[in-house]
Design a protein around this ligand. Structure first.
Ligand SMILES: Nc1ncnc2c1ncn2[C@@H]1O[C@H](COP(=O)(O)OP(=O)(O)OP(=O)(O)O)[C@@H](O)[C@H]1O
Ligand SMILES: [Mg+2]
Length: 275
């Protein structure tokens, strides 16, 4: 597959513990079930969590790619019996990996790019905070999902993250997921506040992807180390996540169609459809 065809999505927040890892894992699970090839990458490098949510103990992780010549394919873990749903684990308890220097980031991206190009979707579960590694992953992705909860501390941290990406990396395209809402009003108010701050102080709006209800089934699924979509597919939060996955699949199709159109329009003159 052409590397431009891979729809890379980073899941970020600024504040910790708002639900990024659960959102990334369950959206990935839905899209794989919808027949998309998908790589789920733990980008919380140094403080990995996805392996715990999946209940697996990977033999290798991203750190091995930095330390040896091992191929990225040897680090990925298949998550399904059929092909097309893979996991790229990160190391845990390795503080020096939290802040990769520019050279290490470049090495890592160079080694991973051929792997990414094999998938329709790449999901990057980022850690909390605004480290340069987190900012690089967010900048390189085609779509940024900002997970925010109705708590004011979550809102201010998400705004801070968006501001740094906009002012230092010229990134101005963000999709918001409001997590742990008690009502539709929670969604509207939380999104409204974040959007108003971005418009007023940064000069651009953000887009609402949707919201996920507060649902005890999520913490139950975490305790059981099984994705929510598998543990309780009919729970309110699972239904919300399914709707968000549908929107992401549509966004990918739209962007893919735009890319194909651009490629066709840029074909050299004299290019003959009949030949
Ligand atoms: N919609 C929800 N309803 C109820 N509980 C939730 C919901 N989303 C997340 N949680 C709870 O929040 C906890 C933290 O979620 P998660 O680990 O996905 O957050 P995170 O943003 O990835 O955290 P970190 O910043 O540490 O990586 C979960 O273990 C779960 O108990
Ligand atoms: Mg996490």
């Amino acid at each position: 597959m052409n590397k431009n065809a891979t729809f890379s999505i980073s899941v970020l927040s600024g504040k910790g513990g708002v639900g990024k890892t659960n959102v990334a894992l369950n959206l990935a699970y839905c899209l794989f079930k919808g027949h998309h090839d998908l790589l789920l990458m733990d980008c919380d490098i140094g403080l990995a969590n996805l392996d715990v949510l999946l209940g697996i103990t990977p033999e290798r992780n991203i750190q091995d790619l930095l330390d040896s010549d091992i191929s990225p394919e040897d680090v990925t873990v298949p998550l399904a019996e059929t092909k097309g749903f893979d996991f790229l684990p990160a190391a845990s308890g390795v503080p020096e990996l939290l802040e990769l220097d520019e050279e290490m980031q470049a090495t890592l991206f160079e080694r991973l790019t051929p792997l990414f190009s094999r998938y329709h979707f790449l999901f990057m579960d980022l850690g909390a905070g605004i480290t340069s590694t987190i900012l690089s992953f967010a900048t390189m992705s085609k779509l940024r999902l900002v997970v925010v909860t109705p708590e004011p501390t979550s809102l201010t941290d998400s705004y801070a993250m968006i501001k740094v990406l906009a002012t230092q990396h010229n990134v101005k395209d963000f999709h918001i997921v409001v997590n742990q809402v008690e009502s539709k009003r929670d969604e509207q108010e939380t999104f409204g506040r974040l959007n108003a701050a971005c418009e007023r102080f940064l000069g651009f709006p953000v887009s609402l992807l949707g919201s996920i209800q507060y649902d005890k089934a999520i913490s139950e699924s975490v305790r059981r180390q099984v994705p929510l979509m598998k543990h309780a597919p009919n729970s309110p939060a699972a239904k919300d996540i399914f709707q968000l996955a549908l929107k992401l699949a549509k966004l990918r199709e739209e962007r893919h169609a735009a890319l194909v159109k651009e490629t066709v329009l840029n074909l050299p003159s004299g290019w003959d459809f009949g030949s």
